[in-house]
Write a protein that binds this ligand. Structure first.
Ligand code: CMC
Length: 436
């Protein structure tokens, strides 16, 4: 019978080593070796042993996880086993967040209590408003969000009790409940508008729209189509296994810092234009292209290495991002309310040309989640600077779930990669006067 091992022969010593393989549950063909098993491979007793070298984690699993499954070749995304398409159609963001965090869909009572607990924590301390006030009028809302979520740790010192289940539960409610409030207050500040307080009669996304767009009306009523569209967008962004931001959450969290500081680190990672900041860049790119007839010239420039086609390509998906497919479908419903965003025609033309072009076909570059989301957000009235913020709010549930999974995994320790040192060998210090 075939053995589940690899045999490695060290040609320097002619020694052979048998290394066990481990498997993911699904698909069964995904296999891995433990990198530390390679350390026994040495040329001498004082040799450190073989390491793996993998910049950017191109082929390294940093954890075992039960939360999100992606098959990048087939374009499949599931949270806790449930296909993203079914969740987008039948679930709500808060229900999906519960699923991601606790592994199962909630019962009626669980959902009621969960919704109550999150809603109960939507208010922020009045002092937080004061330091939002301190930001410059044109401060980027994502910068404000990163700073204010980090600052929450100073308001809740009990957050340091990361192995206390009650405390973790409370910080989870606070984080998911307060992120929309921080985001909306950052937005209102950038618009020079008074803050609008949470309305706990509304849904999670309905209340968010209220805090963003409420004017003089006594009670804000969100447009139900836009409220649902935003909820679906939040479901699609809730988790995405080990991406840059989540890796930051786990890595920073592995030092056993409080979850607010770790979420701030994750949000900072998400801010970058190659990650959650890409939706903002897509809008800027579409605006710069300006009209459909300029698309071929733009594609030519991308192929010549003069910039990227933002919203295209993915480390894991080598097929159409399933989230982009769903977003494209809901665009029409949103445009019926808001009017059609003229940038959509440019985006559709970019997609059409890119999907037929050898450069993109060969590299398996398809639209990702950010390609169409910005067009919808813009039509809904969000300025481009808010786009990464709209990614960070729903991703908070994923970050917290991944953080909790990391903390309860007995194999996890403080994250501390190795390096392959390539610098100078030991040398003696030269006094200043002897340096040329
Ligand atoms: N436009 C043009 N060429 C591209 C693009 C693009 N958007 N993405 C990748 N390529 C090319 C790249 O130049 C390289 O070509 P070559 O083999 O000739 O050097 C090849 O495709 C492989 O790309 P890579 O950079 O090695 O791939 P990666 O896995 O390191 O990067 C990525 C993934 C998402 C950072 C990258 O595709 C990218 O920069 N895309 C644009 C930014 C973007 O849309 N980001 C959002 C990602 S999805 C949401 C999220 O994660 O937040």
């Amino acid at each position: 019978m075939a053995k589940d091992t690899l045999t490695v022969i060290d040609n320097r010593t002619n020694k052979s080593y048998e290394i066990p393989l481990m498997y993911g549950l699904y698909p069964t063909e995904s296999s891995a070796i433990r990198a530390t098993d390679l350390r026994q491979i040495k040329v001498s007793d004082d040799d450190f042993g073989v390491m793996t070298y993998d910049p950017a984690f191109m082929n390294t699993a940093s954890c075992q996880s039960k939360i999100t499954f992606i098959d990048g070749e087939k374009g499949i995304l599931r949270y806790r086993g449930y296909p993203i398409e079914e969740l987008a159609e039948r679930s709500t963001y808060l229900e999906t967040a519960y699923l991601i965090l606790y592994g199962e869909l909630p019962t009626k009572t669980e959902l009621k209590n969960w919704t109550h607990d999150i809603t109960f924590h939507t208010f922020i301390h009045e002092n937080i408003k004061k330091f939002i006030d301190g930001f410059h009028y044109d401060a980027h809302p994502m910068g404000m969000l990163v700073s204010t979520v980090a600052a929450l740790s100073t308001f809740y010192p009990d957050a340091k009790l990361i192995f206390n289940a009650e405390s973790v539960k409370k910080q989870t409610y606070r984080l998911i409940g307060k992120m929309p409030t921080l985001a909306a207050f950052a937005y209102r500040h950038s618009q020079g508008m008074p803050y609008a307080y949470p309305d706990n009669d509304l849904s999670y996304t309905g209340n968010f729209l209220n805090m963003l767009f409420k004017m003089t009306e006594l009670k804000y009523s969100p447009n139900t189509v836009l409220e649902r569209a935003l909820d679906i967008l939040f479901i699609l962004h809730a988790d995405h296994e080990q991406n840059c931001g989540t890796n930051a959450m786990r890595g920073v969290g592995s030092s056993q810092v409080d979850p607010y500081s770790a979420v701030a680190a994750a949000a900072a990672a998400l801010y970058g234009p190659l990650h959650g900041g890409a939706n903002e860049q897509v809008l800027r790119m579409l605006t710069e292209i300006g009209s459909k007839d300029k698309v071929p010239t733009f594609i030519k420039k991308v192929k010549a290495g003069e910039g990227l086609l933002m919203g295209f390509g993915h480390r894991v998906y080598k097929n159409y991002d399933p989230r982009a497919k769903i977003i494209k479908q809901i665009a029409d419903q949103v445009f019926e309310v808001t009017g059609r965003n003229p940038l959509l025609d440019i985006a559709l033309e970019l997609e059409r040309i890119a999907l037929e072009d050898e450069y993109f076909i060969k590299r398996k570059l398809y639209p990702n989640v950010d390609f169409y989301s910005g067009i919808i957000y813009q039509a809904m009235g969000f300025p481009v600077e808010m786009f990464p913020v709209l990614f960070a709010i729903p991703r908070t549930s994923g970050w917290v779930a991944q953080w909790e999974e990391m903390l309860s995994d007995p194999e996890q320790k403080i994250a501390r990669p190795r390096q392959v040192y390539q610098g100078p060998a030991q040398r003696s210090f030269l006094p200043l006067e002897q340096r040329s």
